[in-house]
Design a protein around this ligand. Structure first.
Ligand code: PLP
Length: 468
């Protein structure tokens, strides 16, 4: 990529913006990619170059980049009531409609919905509720929260602590030092299982690691366990067979709340409306965001069951108020867009569509790439997948991180008309849910050209033997 021209959008960006999750020194050299319009599963940059968005932005633009109905829903609501809130017993219809709909489609019986603006805020609220709940029950010691290594639950001070990824912690003084945030084994069979360990045996080991952690800390100190049904931003990792069955039994035994973070998996991504249905989860709380509004406007939700809500009511009665909420909790415009999004999902049977094209995408990725010399593992479910690059796949020998093979594939993909996300050396696929078979074929063809280009580069530089 050339240095951006003076006064171009890229140059103005470098001069005035600091970017989330970006190498702030690197961007000064390479410049940002300025995306200026979108249609379906595609976006175009300021020079008119077209790309397939393999990540639906950030796992979120489920209905693609040009849904007119969502635009109209926003405009209608803007004209009618551009802002109102839920503080001090106020309310408005978009928030009620959305809560009602979420209760109707929830994967397990839920009691009430609370709204926020991002996945981080929904999870942050869930953490606060775990503490509130145990204070209300007279268990002030039961406060520690457990998540998994490589989990992604957000970046606020509390949710960043819950996230199990070093770049989110380093030099931000996270996790919070109070010892409230603990991380148990990452259930990624391909990389973490021992040689010869079956998925079931590995799930046993993950469960016994969790139980040991709980017993070492004291079950009376553990409030909750947070989990993504499929781990997304940590590298697209599916739970090994029987994992959640074993984990949930331990949580029950020790009276530990279970929070399912469905920020990525909610609304069809795994081939069911919820990842909780795909993996038979019985959470006490569910957080969701992203595809809730197809990401057209920021909104997230936290669903709580009766067990939690009843305690909240009695505690708020005791204290005189439930002292939590955001100015934009349930903002009517994103709420109206979310209601319309859920209507569209039903009308076009988005779950049926994912069940149709999801297995096709998985098959194409397996058939085309599992045997590629750069690839160690291809995994996924529904319309989410990870292709993990390895120096030696069968022996599970990774590339030297200094080679930045994953990031280099991501850069090369851009030259071949794909916007991708490299998580270390795993390339993630999470396209808009409306993607069709032809678009999947095109995405795979471009990815093939990308991998072949990077393979050639590594062979020429001597990092991989020719013929590898
Ligand atoms: N939870 C999961 C599973 C996520 O993938 C993300 C973001 O990618 C979040 C929470 C945080 O959401 P946000 O970036 O909207 O704060």
């Amino acid at each position: 990529m050339n240095k951006p021209l003076a006064n171009s959008p890229a140059a103005r960006d470098i001069a005035h913006v600091f970017h989330p999750q970006t190498d702030l020194a690197g961007i000064r050299q390479s410049g940002p990619l300025i995306v200026s319009r979108g249609k379906g599963v595609r976006v175009w940059d300021e020079d008119g170059t077209e790309y397939i968005e393999t990540m639906a932005g950030l796992w979120c633009t489920a209905l693609g980049f040009d849904n007119e109905r969502l635009v109209e829903a926003a405009v209608r609501q803007m004209r009618k009531l551009p802002f109102y809130h839920g503080f001090a017993a106020r309310g408005h219809e978009p928030m009620i409609d959305l809560a009602e709909k979420l209760m109707a489609i929830a994967p397990v019986p839920m009691s009430k919905a609370f709204f926020a603006n991002s996945g981080s805020e929904a999870n942050d609220t869930a953490i606060k509720l775990c503490w509130y709940y145990n204070n209300a029950l007279g268990r002030p010691e039961k406060k520690k929260i457990v998540s998994r290594q490589k989990a992604y639950h957000g970046v606020t001070i509390a949710t960043g602590s819950l996230t199990g990824l070093p770049p989110i912690h380093n030099d931000f003084d996270l996790p919070l030092r109070s010892g409230h945030f603990l991380h148990t084994t990452c259930p990624h069979h391909y990389r973490v299982a021992e040689a010869g360990e079956s998925e079931e045996q590995f799930a046993d080991r993950c469960a016994s690691d969790l139980e040991k952690l709980i017993e070492d800390e004291g079950p009376e100190t553990i409030a909750a366990f947070f989990a993504e049904p499929v781990m997304g931003a940590g590298g697209v990792m599916l739970p090994p067979r029987t994992y959640f069955e074993k984990i949930q039994a331990i949580l029950k035994k020790h009276d530990i709340l279970f929070v399912a973070d469905e920020v990525v998996t909610g609304f069809g991504r795994t081939g069911n409306m919820w990842g909780s249905q795909t993996y038979d989860l019985q959470p006490d709380m569910i957080t969701c965001a992203k595809a809730l509004s197809s990401a057209y406007l920021p909104i997230s939700a936290l669903l709580v069951n009766d067990r939690v809500y009843d305690v909240m009511v009695s505690q708020s009665e005791k204290l005189g108020i439930f002292g939590h909420g955001y100015t934009y909790s349930g903002h009517p415009v994103p709420a109206a867009v979310a209601v319309e999004t859920l209507k569209i999902y039903e009308e076009i049977d988005i779950v049926g569509h994912v069940r149709d094209v999801g297995p096709y995408m998985q098959k194409q990725l397996q058939e085309r790439f599992a045997g590629h010399p750069l690839v160690g593992n291809v995994r996924g479910i529904g319309l989410i997948a990870g292709v993990e690059l390895m120096k030696d796949g069968p022996l599970r020998i990774p590339f030297d991180p200094k080679l930045k093979v994953g990031p280099n594939v991501m850069k090369a993909a851009q030259r071949h008309g794909l916007i991708m996300r490299a998580i270390g050396d795993t390339l993630a696929f999470s396209p808009p849910l409306v993607i069709d078979r032809n678009e999947i074929d095109q995405m795979c063809e471009r990815f093939q050209a990308t991998l072949d280009e990077v393979l050639g580069m590594l062979q020429r530089s001597g990092e991989l033997a020719r013929g590898a």
